[in-house]
Design a protein around this ligand. Structure first.
Ligand code: GDP
Ligand code: MG
Length: 447
């Protein structure tokens, strides 16, 4: 299993949160302490451990909770978000396209998994409609060419090499020509690796890179080196324009978490991870999904969905409150319409008010296309216009031009606004309503 140790450590932290009687300052401190142990065991750099600890403590104790979310859930959410950030945050995408030629160069020290990963990548992209080709530009390691030929034949991918020749740059040039003539549109160049980072290796790779000018120079790093990945990533980035990383051997590494976070520190995005020796054992790397999996998908996914829902409800409620007070703008109208669209006609306001029947039918049935037009219209209006949309003909023209819509679309939005305004005015006069809302919406039943 991938990252057994790190994963079970994180799940242990979650158990601690679940088992705590109350979630207060002491609980947060105890949880952070447990997390620190797990991160240090995974070889995460100590200053990163401190930073994440501080962030979690701050957020867990001071952030405002969305309604319907308790401290415990909030702490899990904070933990998840911070660890996902530590692992790189947003997923990085490789921009390759079967409609053009794509060249990828693999670099890294010997034994890291370059050759295996080159073949894994070829297989990965072959499945996605590319026609890969492989070049062996490693003249340092004996048997490098045979190894690549063997792997290439497993997946029916042509392999170019010149066994015995010593000029890697020339080999790569010839290989590109040959594979182009075979109509390969994703050419992967396997370069050589020495036993360690040394100047000769770097010079060699720099030369090779300048000649073949690859779109991607991918650094292949053995994740068992943990936080040392940072030094390697920085060195290769500086010397040969590395613009992505593949971390290998994550299947057997206790220090995988440290390696992943080290790449994030070095600002080297991890595109893929190797999780076994077979050519299928390559996975896209998405920090959020990765952390979600380590923490237990069921637990995290459900919680995040709940969070999202409550944050949206809070926003809807805020704008509903402004509407009740008669102080609403077109932006509020848009938000409400969007909410209605999402939740169906029984949206937040309609649900809790005794006057559902009074909401005009066509207002409830906002169509998707109409809504899609409203957004650019709103974006083309000034703050003044948003707050007080009594528009002259010239203004309507300007807004419709600016938003690429028709003047009648602009007028339709204004009409929605006026309808809503009129409705709320009427509702405010309703005595039953006024009584219910006396203490503010917070006292509404079921809120
Ligand atoms: P290179 O010297 O960088 O080209 O490394 P190789 O591709 O020859 O790989 C070195 C060793 O690591 C081989 O025995 C591979 O099977 C193994 N290896 C590569 N990637 C992985 C991985 O993701 N998981 C495991 N368990 N082994 C791997
Ligand atoms: Mg090799």
């Amino acid at each position: 299993m991938v990252l057994d140790v790190f994963g079970s450590g994180l799940r242990g932290v979650l158990d601690k949160i679940r088992g705590a009687g109350v979630v207060d300052k002491n609980t947060v401190k105890a949880v952070v302490k447990e997390l620190q142990k797990t991160l240090i065991a995974a070889d995460v750099k100590i200053d990163q451990v401190f930073k994440i600890s501080k962030n979690i403590e701050e957020k867990a104790l001071s952030e405002k909770l969305p309604s319907g979310i308790n401290r415990r859930e909030h702490l899990v959410k904070v933990l998840y978000g911070e660890i996902a950030d530590l692992m790189g945050g947003e997923e990085a995408h490789m921009d390759v396209d079967p409609a053009r030629e794509n060249v990828i160069m693999m670099v890294g020290v010997q034994g890291g998994g370059k050759t295996t990963t080159a073949a894994k990548l070829a297989k990965y992209f072959q499945k996605r409609g590319f026609k890969p080709g492989l070049i062996c530009a490693d003249k340092f390691r004996p048997g490098a060419y045979d190894q690549l030929v063997q792997l290439g034949s497993e997946i029916n991918v042509p392999v170019y090499g010149e066994p015995g020749k010593k000029d890697a740059v020339k080999i790569a040039k010839n290989g590109l020509e040959e594979l182009r003539s075979k109509k390969s549109n994703l050419i992967i160049v396997d370069s050589e690796g020495r036993h360690s980072l040394d100047k000769d290796l770097m010079d060699e790779i720099e030369k090779l890179g300048k000649t073949i000018n690859p779109q991607y120079t991918l650094l292949v790093l053995d994740s068992t080196i943990g936080q040392q990945a940072e030094t390697q990533a920085r060195a290769f980035k500086e010397k040969c324009n590395v613009n992505g990383v593949i971390l290998t051997k994550l299947d057997g590494s206790a220090k995988g978490g440290g390696a992943v976070s080290a790449c994030a520190v070095a600002e080297a995005p991890v595109f893929f991870v190797g999780v076994g020796e077979k050519l299928d054992n390559l996975e896209r790397f998405d920090p959020k999904a990765f952390v979600g999996r380590l923490m237990g998908f069921g637990d995290v996914k459900g919680l995040l969905d709940k969070f999202q829902e409550h944050v949206e409800l809070d926003q809807a409620e805020d704008s509903a409150k402004r509407m009740m007070a008669g102080k609403f703008t077109l932006v509020d109208v848009y938000e409400q319409l969007e909410q209605m669209k999402k939740m169906g006609p029984l949206n937040k306001i309609a649900e809790m008010l005794p006057f559902t029947a009074k909401i005009p039918k066509d207002m409830m049935n906002v169509q998707e296309e109409k809504l899609a037009k409203f957004k650019p219209i709103i974006n083309s209006m000034t703050q003044d216009e948003l707050e007080n949309p009594k528009l002259s003909r010239a203004q309507v023209e300007r807004i419709s031009k600016g938003s690429g819509t028709k003047p009648e679309d602009v007028r339709a939005l204004i009409q929605q606004y006026n309808q809503m305004r009129a409705m709320f005015k009427k509702v405010k006069k309703d005595r039953r309503f006024a009584r219910m809302f006396k203490g503010g919406m917070g006292e509404m039943p079921g809120m």
